[in-house]
Every structure is written in C-alpha cells, then in structure tokens.
Design a binder for this molecule. Sequence first.
Ligand SMILES: [Zn+2]
Length: 162
Amino acid sequence: MARPKKQDENSTHIESAAENKVPTATPITKGILKLAKQIDATTVPAYVIAKLGDDCLPDCCFKNVSKMVKRHGGSAQHGWKMREQPAAFVEGEFCAVWRRPDGVLIDVTPRADHPKKILFLPDSRLVWDGSDVESRRLMLRETPCYCGSEMPFNICHGLAED
Ligand SMILES: [Zn+2]
C-alpha cells in the first residue's frame, strides 16, 4: 500500500504549513490568575514575544538564556510559563526568558507548538540554582473520577468521553 506523500514532508513547504496552523495565545483566564496568585502574588502574568535565539535548543531555556546574555548582554528573568488545559487544569512550568538590554522580555527557546508569544509570570524571588523545579498545577474542578483512579474526572475518563 503506497503512502501518499504529505506536503509538509517536503522541506520547502515547512514554513507555509506552520503558517496555516496559526497558534492562538493562551488566554488569561480566572484559573490562570488564581494559580499566578498562588505562585507569586506580587507579579501578574503577561505575554512575552517568542523570538528564537542563536543556537537555542528545545527544553534548554536556562542554557539558552545564559548564551544570549553572554553574547548580547541583558539578563535572565526566571518565572513560569502558564498554560490552561480547558476544563481540566492550569499549569505553570518554571523556565527562563531573556531580558534584552533594552528591558524587553523575549522567549528565545524553540517550542513544539511554535507560539508567537507565551504567557509568562515573572517570579520576583525564585532564581534557578540548577536543580529541578516542579511544575505547579491547579485543578479547575476537583470531582474525583468514578473509576476510582483518584484523579479528577476531567483529566481521567472525562477526557476520553469528550
Ligand atoms: Zn477514570
């Protein structure tokens, strides 16, 4: 059986294929604001423009940011990349973005979903010391699933039944 060749397998079409899938920015919802308040009540989440930095690799935001600081100046801003799984949970992932010498924050790390901007909560206290920082999660509805998994219904059988 011959597999039809998809257009995006051809490297010249990669850019146009990415443009067709216009990523929508994470909306600032009540859940996001609630989690933000729990993490750091002194700052608020804001959008940070995504612009890939030189030699920056996926999942290496701390290294990427320190590379950019060495080459171009500025500094690292630690904080939380916020996202929402609608009707299930909101999540904050600890990461770093680059504060350009002119003060503008830039997300220099390549990300799987190619966002134009990320929702970022600057952390006023936490500075990365090299150890893992666990993601913070807030369940939007804590109804336990009927199957006894002790997971909330929304992220257990609730997902499958949608
Ligand atoms: Zn279940």
